[in-house]
Design a protein around this ligand. Structure first.
Ligand code: ADP
Ligand code: ASP
Ligand code: MG
Length: 406
């Protein structure tokens, strides 16, 4: 029997009427003879509200209890969807993460799926039940509830698809597919028919939250074909697949923006071997991920060093660097949270020169200053002032010929 995994995001289950809409779609697939396993998110805004409530009690709530709290969002929608299907005379049953045997490591708030024992899901599917799994959650070796990081239901869905060797994994969301840029920022963005796992990995890691990055990593590793599409219409969406299958060969496929970074600068650092290690070792020891780095040479054996860290860890990183600066004799440390990273991404870049110069010229033409730059084989990223992020996305999108023709 064909096995279909359908994941519905927060907007798609935002109220009871939308849950009924989801139930109708699920029932249609079931009636067509497929086994359906549904993975469900919390209603839009619910996870945010739960986080806000917890932070009213404490700025540093206990991480175990926070996961117990956050998992309730998905528990609610899983039960509501199962009930809705039952009210339509379909044999549905909900499973929480631990009941579906989604086993994770112990990293509360950002747990990784280690394995999924599929016996329970398979048993229900064999009884021709529609299984509704609460996404975003699992349990660790001690039986504690864990959550998988924001947007984590995508990863639940792909992991379940991989474990069940499903025929397809459909990700239903509030846009029609993966676009050349966030369609909510760039009205001229075009829907992509296909996108490769590698491009999607880059897009997700550079700010396109349409898929959680880990879900794409899983899909690539286990060769799970993903179909990203809207829960509000019947249109074909975007297939996320291996590179080979007839990709559109654009030099630049997508433009993204990410406002989640902050900048730290150390002024007048000695230009000597070992200094960079002294600056970055203590940050790494705290598990803070440094993304972009730039070093400007000054006169008299001194340099300025600027780098970015996630906004959430900015305060801690500043504290660490102030101590480092005192130790290595840097003149000053300062930072800012008002930066954004804009990126252009495309497999075609590997064989093309001139992409960077088009990017830099476009930003210059719009009077947007570049603070930092990083590149890889298939992407170029620039940190700029946050207030220009949307403008930069739109202008780069046009400059690389990605605008919709109509
Ligand atoms: P869900 O709740 O269904 O998981 P998300 O809000 O997590 O939905 O992801 C969908 C959102 O991703 C869209 O509303 C859109 O604003 C955003 N997005 C960012 N970049 C892109 C892109 N390149 N293509 C499509 N959507 C994008
Ligand atoms: N509800 C969780 C979140 O808002 C997980 C998800 O929606 O994928 O991050
Ligand atoms: Mg999401």
């Amino acid at each position: 029997m064909r096995i279909v995994i359908q994941k519905y995001g927060g907007t798609s289950v935002g109220d009871l009427e939308r849950i009924r809409n989801v139930a109708t779609r699920v029932a249609g697939t079931y009636d067509a003879g497929s086994a359906v396993v549904v993975v469900i998110s919390a209603m839009a805004g619910v996870t945010d509200n739960l986080i806000d409530m917890a932070s009213e009690i404490s700025q540093t709530p206990d991480r175990r209890e926070l996961d117990v709290l956050l998992a309730t969002g998905e528990q609610t929608t899983a039960a509501l969807l199962a009930m809705t299907l039952q009210s339509m005379n379909y044999p549905a049953q909900s499973l929480l993460g631990h009941q579906a045997k989604v086993h994770t490591d112990c990293a509360f708030g950002n747990a990784r799926i280690l394995n999924i024992r599929t016996s329970r899901i398979k048993e229900l599917v064999e009884q021709r039940k529609i299984v509704v799994v609460a996404g975003f959650q699992g349990c660790d070796i001690n039986g504690n509830i864990t959550t998988l990081g924001r947007g984590g239901s995508d990863t639940s869905a792909v992991a379940i698809a991989a474990a069940l060797k499903a025929d397809t994994c459909e990700i239903y969301t509030d846009v029609d597919g993966v676009y050349t840029a966030d369609p909510n920022i760039c009205p001229k963005a075009r829907k992509l028919k296909t996108v490769s796992y590698d491009e999607m990995l880059n897009m997700a890691s550079l700010g396109a939250k349409v898929l959680q990055i880990r879900s794409v990593g899983f899909a690539k590793k286990f060769d799970v074909p993903l179909h990203v599409r809207s829960s509000f219409n019947q249109e074909e969406g975007t297939m996320v697949v291996n590179e080979a299958s007839g990709m559109e060969s654009l030099v630049v496929t997508a433009v993204t923006q990410d406002k989640n970074q902050a900048r730290i600068t150390l002024k007048k650092v000695a230009d000597q071997p070992g200094v960079a290690a002294k600056i970055f070792d203590p940050i790494a020891a705290e598990g803070i991920i440094v993304d972009m780095i730039i070093q400007n040479t000054r006169a008299a054996g001194k340099t300025d060093l600027t780098f970015t860290v996630p906004k959430a860890q900015f305060d801690r990183a500043m504290e660490i660097e102030k101590a480092v600066a005192a130790q290595i004799g840097a003149e000053r440390v300062w930072g800012a949270k008002d930066i954004a990273k804009v990126s252009v991404i495309g497999m075609g870049m590997r064989n093309h020169s001139g992409v960077a110069s088009v990017m830099f010229q476009t930003l210059a033409k719009n009077n947007i200053n570049i603070i930092l730059i990083t590149t890889s084989e298939i992407r170029i990223s620039c940190a700029i002032e946050e207030k220009y992020a949307e403008l930069a996305v739109q202008e780069l999108h046009s400059a690389f010929g990605l605008d919709r023709k109509d």
